[in-house]
Design a protein around this ligand. Structure first.
Ligand code: HEM
Length: 482
């Protein structure tokens, strides 16, 4: 009754709920998009819901995306929204466990491994890792078989992301045991952790153990390098971070180097792992798209399929459109959050969001809205044909439906925008492009007999994963030679 009678016209409507602290936590946590869509229907693009006692104001649509992504740091703060979730996973002193200007500098340091020159070197390294995985994994033994993608793809992308982004020495130190550790760390990114980040719950204990083991892997390498024990010092990301300093003159401590490496590996791996899994599932469901991808390989690389290169990857429009389409339907991050620092007016409304609230953007909602994408639920890479321009390049990006989006007020922002925008987009494209190309060169695959559609989304982790086991059946292509 309180909620119905005492509505403040200057504040966004509050989503109706029975229990004060719990609010809409359960419905949001189980199926965030269903919850957003229902609220949008009932309350419009701007509404507030209660998430474990926190008041979250959601702003949907292209304008809502812009409002959150383009907010000034003085008004909207990411570290206060994320730190309790990310610090136990990455470790202290980096990313959201330090002042924002330090994160901005850390992002610049990390770009050392994200240049055209490094991408050129990564493509053959990533391809070799995939081929090695096909040769050694029991899931790919013989001429045909089945593979639970929920198990295989986290292992595969851990190897590809670490061999490229993290360097030879880290990759050599990693075993499949680390894939399990890494999984424990990943499971630290769950809604339960959101609720009780520091409680001694069993999976928090596992998470902390995994965090220490991963940090030790990096600290051991750093110690060996510092003691001069390592004869051949490698020019890699660890070397880069060990030799960088902030504008203040302060350099990164060994522990902070280790924590930056974990953050980078996590960012590069778990988003790519989710995206790779969804891609293979949708391709398994649509053999005609697999055929189009294979035909493109033959067209660009010749019928003997010359080795993949970075330069050629950008010519693979069908591959790039497939990645774009997967990220439209399955953006790994469904909720982008900030803490409000001073009362904020929402443009084009009468609403002022109080400084006690958090704001939330969900660009995945507009990316699946019929207003912007015809047959929005349909996986159709061809919808991007003729619209390959970078989504930041507003004028060229009109989706073909007469709707031109300007800058960050776009319905399609899988990599975010503004000061917290992703630095890994190009790397993600390089890694995914190499994985997709190698898979379609080597295999034809399908969903298990009788299964009509891709599995449902599992929202138990902070990235939108496919429900395990996410099985596909494969058979080797006649005459495949990697
Ligand atoms: C930030 C998505 C891959 C590193 C972000 C954000 C999104 C995103 C939406 C913005 C978060 C926010 O505004 O709160 C993705 C997707 C990926 C991907 C969809 C792959 C499919 C990567 C990779 C790396 C990476 C490969 C590392 C090489 C980062 C970093 C940030 C970021 C450092 C900045 C965080 C900040 O400034 O607060 N990513 N990402 N991401 N991403 Fe990615």
């Amino acid at each position: 009754l309180n909620q119905l009678l005492f509505k403040d016209p200057n504040q966004p409507p509050v989503v109706f709920h029975w229990f004060p602290f719990l609010g809409s936590t359960v419905v949001y946590g189980m199926e965030p998009y269903k919850f957003f869509n229902k609220c949008q229907e009932q309350y419009g693009d701007v509404f507030t819901f209660v998430l474990l006692g926190r008041k979250m104001t959601v702003t949907l649509g292209p304008k809502g995306n812009e409002f959150v992504f383009n907010g000034k740091h003085a008004d909207l703060c990411a570290e206060e929204a994320y730190t309790h979730l990310t610090t136990p996973v990455f470790g202290t002193g980096v990313v959201y466990d330090c002042p924002n200007h330090m994160l901005m500098e850390q992002k610049k340091f990390m770009k050392f491994g994200l240049t055209t020159e490094t991408f050129k070197a990564y493509v053959p390294l990533i391809k070799d890792e995939i081929v090695k995985y096909f040769e050694t994994s029991p899931f790919f033994d013989g001429q045909s078989g089945k593979v639970p993608l929920s198990t295989a793809i986290p292992q595969l992308t851990l190897f590809t992301a670490s061999r490229s982004l993290q360097g030879r020495e880290v990759r050599e130190a990693l075993t499949t045991t680390h894939a399990d550790l890494f999984h424990d760390l990943d499971m630290g990114f769950t809604p339960v952790n959101f609720m009780f980040p520091w409680l001694p719950l069993p999976h928090n204990a596992k998470r902390d153990k995994a965090q220490r083991a991963m940090a030790k892997l990096y600290l051991d390498i750093i110690a060996r390098r510092k003691s001069g024990e390592e004869s051949k010092k490698e020019i890699d990301m660890i070397w880069n971070l060990m030799n960088r300093s902030y504008k203040s003159g302060e350099s990164l401590s060994d522990l902070h180097v280790a924590h930056c490496m974990i953050a980078l590996l996590m960012a590069g791996q778990h988003t790519s792992m989710a995206t790779t899994t969804w891609t293979l599932l949708h391709l398994a469901a649509k053999p005609e798209i697999q055929k189009a991808l294979y035909d493109e390989q033959v067209k660009v690389f010749g019928k003997d399929l010359a080795p993949l290169t970075y330069e050629k990857l950008s010519e693979l429009q069908m591959v790039n459109n497939t990645i774009k389409e997967i990220l439209r339907i399955h953006p790994p991050l469904h909720s982008i959050m900030r803490k409000v620092k001073s009362p904020l007016h929402v443009p084009d409304t009468n609403y002022i969001i109080p400084a006690t609230h958090f704001v939330m953007a969900a660009p995945g909602v507009s990316a699946m809205d019929e207003k912007y994408f015809k047959n929005a639920k349909e996986f159709d890479p061809f919808r991007w044909v003729g619209h390959e321009a970078d989504e930041d390049n507003a004028e060229k990006f009109d989706f073909g439906f007469g709707l031109v989006s300007k800058g960050t007020a776009s319905p399609y922002l899988p990599f975010g925008a503004g000061r917290h925008r992703c630095i890994g987009e190009q790397f993600a494209n390089v890694q995914l492009g190499t994985i997709i190309s190698t898979f379609v060169r080597e295999f034809e695959f399908s969903l298990p007999p009788g299964q009509k559609d891709v599995p449902l989304v599992d929202y138990n982790s902070m990235v939108a994963l496919a429900t395990a086991p996410a099985m596909i059946h494969w058979k080797r292509r006649a005459g495949s030679n990697h």
